[in-house]
Design a binder for this molecule. Structure first.
Ligand SMILES: C[S@@+](CC[C@H](N)C(=O)[O-])C[C@H]1O[C@@H](n2cnc3c(N)ncnc32)[C@H](O)[C@@H]1O
Length: 418
């Protein structure tokens, strides 16, 4: 919550006026930010001697708060983290924050986070299309990722990449906090219906857990080292049969999948060229029942692919649920780059991972006079990088997302790959 509302700042000001001398009244902080149970306030040097009192007043003003801190540094380093100084309440920097129907847990001291971007997250999430592959670069504790899956549970794959190990750890925790996001997806309903119809005791919890494993890919690595490649293996001359799947009824299929464990990985061969709707459903059930302990050998056109890892199983899931061609399954429909300071340095990588027609959301800082100028220096740089990569692009939009300094704005440039 970013509390700039008049009533809050008025009540804060009214109380502070009583303890701060009139000569300093102009310096009284007018706004503060609330992340879960933590209030963050900026206090200038002249008011430092009043900071404990300011913290106490803020605590008393808002019953949700347990802690008040002041900003002790700007966003710094590769992880874009900020230092905070405790001034009132419980000494703690770990909290849980709600926005757009999601819950994010994080340590504000070790992971970047800003409540001011909640409207932006809502904006982008509302534009996400059904069955799309979404890639969030610089994902932090996962706020963009979970708002996306909250607004569009029918996504096919959601990859999130974060360099900061602590940010990544919190993102993994946040899968658990937001595990119900995919409950509204069609595939969840489809599997539930099959289970009901054939009295298969596959519970909601298990379906959701498997779906989360198949759809979300959180990676703790440098964006530049990330590659999305469907592992293609050589064509082998084996006699192909998908009989194992064909002959089983749904109930047996479920029992069959239950037998597997990590020491007993089973390979199933499937010919996707000839598979009918009924078999597709069976495969879907098998995939969702137990994504970890079954490997698939799938024949698609003339090639055979081995499907072993969760990421590869996600490709199979997409082949079964969408009519996308393989080259689209391997890439992303939208790529978000919320690292305004240096995101442009990673743009060549994003071009490589985006499908034709896909959109890249590049965040950057622009001066006021650059906002309506579609040939500003940043745009020129974008065209230059595209040219080097032999890619045609179109700038769809330059959006103001927030103000970062006087006459300086955090912006989102929307770039379409042609
Ligand atoms: C401005 S923060 C945004 C975090 C998150 N998207 C949010 O809105 O809360 C940028 C994030 O990018 C991460 N980062 C910086 N360089 C990176 C790189 N080369 N590869 C992956 N992540 C990186 C930082 O650790 C930081 O968490």
């Amino acid at each position: 919550m970013n509390l700039n509302s008049k009533s809050y700042s008025n009540s804060l000001k009214k109380k502070l006026i009583k303890i701060i001398p009139p000569s300093l009244h102009l310096l009284i902080p007018r706004s503060f930010e609330i992340v879960g149970t933590i209030g963050i306030i900026e206090i200038c040097d002249e008011l430092k001697e009043y900071e404990t009192q300011i913290g106490e007043i803020l605590l008393n003003l808002n019953p949700q708060l347990q802690t008040v801190v002041t900003k002790a540094s700007f966003h710094e380093g590769e992880f874009r983290t900020q230092n905070f100084k405790h001034i009132a309440g419980i000494e703690n920097t770990i909290t849980q924050y709600r926005e757009n129907g999601i819950l994010i847990e994080l340590d504000i001291n070790s992971v970047y986070f800003s409540t001011k971007l909640s409207t932006e997250r809502e904006y982008i999430a509302k534009n996400v299309k059904k069955y799309s592959n979404e890639l969030v670069l610089f994902s932090g504790a996962g706020p963009y990722s979970f708002v996306i899956s909250k607004y569009q549970p029918n996504i096919s794959r959601l990859t999130s990449i974060e360099l900061n190990p602590q940010g990544h750890e919190y993102a993994l925790k946040n899968i658990e906090h937001n595990k119900s996001n995919l409950k509204k997806s069609q595939i969840f309903k489809q599997i539930q219906e099959i289970c009901k119809k054939y009295s298969i005791p596959l519970y909601e919890k298990k379906i959701l857990q498997s779906l989360n494993q198949l759809i979300y890919h959180f990676k703790n690595c440098d964006v530049n080292s990330y590659n999305s490649i469907l592992k293609e293996i050589e064509e082998y001359n084996i006699e192909y049969n998908s009989k194992i799947v064909e002959e089983l009824n749904y109930k047996e299929l479920f029992e069959y999948s239950k037998e597997f464990n990590s020491l007993n990985i089973k390979t199933i061969e499937v010919n996707l060229n000839t598979i009918n709707e009924e078999e597709k459903l069976k495969l879907l059930l098998l995939l969702i029942c137990n994504p970890n302990f079954i490997d698939y050998s799938i024949k698609l056109k003339t090639k055979i692919y081995t499907i072993k890892t969760l990421l590869e199983k996600n490709y199979l899931l997409q082949l079964l649920t969408t009519s996308k061609p393989l080259n689209e399954i391997d890439k992303y429909n939208s790529i978000y780059m919320p690292l305004p300071k240096t995101a442009i340095e990673f743009l060549a990588k994003a071009f490589q991972l985006c499908i034709k027609g896909g959109i890249i959301y590049l965040y950057c800082f622009l001066k006021e006079e650059e906002l309506d100028n579609f040939s500003n220096d940043t745009i020129k740089k974008i065209y230059k990088i595209a040219k080097q990569k032999n890619i045609n692009v179109k700038i769809l939009n330059i959006r103001k997302v927030g103000q970062s300094a006087p006459r300086m704005y955090r912006c989102c440039i929307e770039i379409q790959i042609l």
